[in-house]
Unconditional design. Structure first.
Length: 349
């Protein structure tokens, strides 16, 4: 069919020209049934509204930026992206992804170059902090900045985060309540220049252990830190096996470390929960498959919540609750058990 005009679409859908425009630029202002008729007519006439024309009219770019310190292929990042897109796609927004913002210099370069490279209507930052000066630069451009699982809400116009510290505190408390005495927290080394939310988990573990010792518990606990990178799970495995006495309880910084440890320790005759208890963090894919006890978070939900806050800010409003904190949930499966008389003392086989 020959490409039609906005007048053709309006006539076919039985609506005004302004309603057709709103269906494309502000879909949240149009009833779903009306927008469906407009979109169907637009498809028949191969019609679309120019992005540049919409920008000139509304003063908005129709685009947001998502900053992440790892690749988008990571479980947390791809689920966060999916959550943001589930809200912003129907609102007519594109998402520009900036990966590997893994140092203060790369982060600073983004904030310095953003006004030159391309315009955006909002910036999402996943899992790391921002410098106050960088946030102020965006505010001068009237661009809201929204944090997703950031270590601190300071500098953000809105944020939605899990309580990483409280989550690992709960995990460690659970092991202690089960009677474990030799417990270890395994984690990757924090970045030298980028404050990441995941680093708070170690503080939660230490806080629970100190509280238990202060209450009179006979507890031998330690934090095992290994280098970041692809081999961090193998490094954690080596560190655990080299301890003078193998722990009877292990908390892992993330499931991506816990799952390989669970499987590889079996090769060395260490089986959970027979010989030790193991708790991960995230409830990521395959955690249920390997029956891993873990702390659950939902990054897709975090992304969707952040996107809704962003739309309010872009529209000149203020979210009802600008900063939201969600406590992770302990998911009990099959890698933890109460300490019995033979727990941790079974022969290696």
């Amino acid at each position: 069919m020959t490409r039609g005009s906005i007048h053709d679409v309006a006539k076919a859908a039985g609506v005004s020209i302004s309603t057709v425009s709103r269906a494309f630029t502000h879909p949240e202002q149009v009833r779903p049934s009306t927008r469906a008729r407009v979109m169907e007519a637009a498809r028949r006439f191969s019609f679309n509204i120019s992005r540049s024309a919409g920008t000139l009219k509304t003063g908005r770019a129709g685009r947001v930026a998502l900053l992440m310190n790892e690749e988008i292929t990571s479980w947390f990042n791809n689920q966060t992206f999916a959550g943001i897109d589930s809200v912003l796609h129907d609102a007519g927004y594109d998402i520009s992804v900036y990966q590997h913002i893994d140092s203060a210099s790369t982060r600073r370069a983004f904030f310095e170059n953003l006004p030159i490279l391309r315009n955006v209507d909002a910036v999402f930052v996943a899992s790391f902090a921002v410098d106050p000066e960088e946030a102020d630069r965006l505010r001068r451009l009237h661009v809201p900045i929204i944090g997703i699982n950031t270590p601190d809400p300071e500098g953000f116009d809105a944020s939605v985060c899990i309580d990483d510290e409280a989550g690992m505190f709960i995990a460690a408390q659970h092991l202690i309540a089960l009677g474990h005495r030799r417990i270890v927290y395994t984690c990757s080394a924090p970045s030298d220049s980028l404050d990441a939310s995941i680093d708070a988990r170690g503080r939660g573990f230490a806080k629970a252990c100190r509280a238990a010792c202060d209450s009179g518990r006979d507890l031998d606990w330690r934090i095992v830190t290994v280098p970041r990178g692809r081999d961090f799970a193998d490094s954690a495995l080596s560190a655990l096996l080299s301890l003078d006495e193998f722990p009877d309880g292990v908390c892992c910084q993330m499931d991506m470390m816990a799952i390989p440890l669970l499987l590889k320790l079996q090769r060395y005759g260490r089986h959970a929960p027979r010989d030790y208890s193991l708790i991960g963090f995230d409830d990521s894919p395959y955690a249920d498959t390997v029956n891993l006890t873990t702390m659950r978070q939902d990054p897709r939900d975090l992304g969707a919540m952040a996107a809704r806050k962003a739309l309010r800010l872009i529209g000149g409003g203020v979210p009802e609750k600008p900063h939201s904190v969600i406590r992770p949930q302990l998911v009990l499966r099959g890698t933890d058990a109460a300490v019995g008389p033979d727990h941790g003392n079974a022969p290696i086989a």
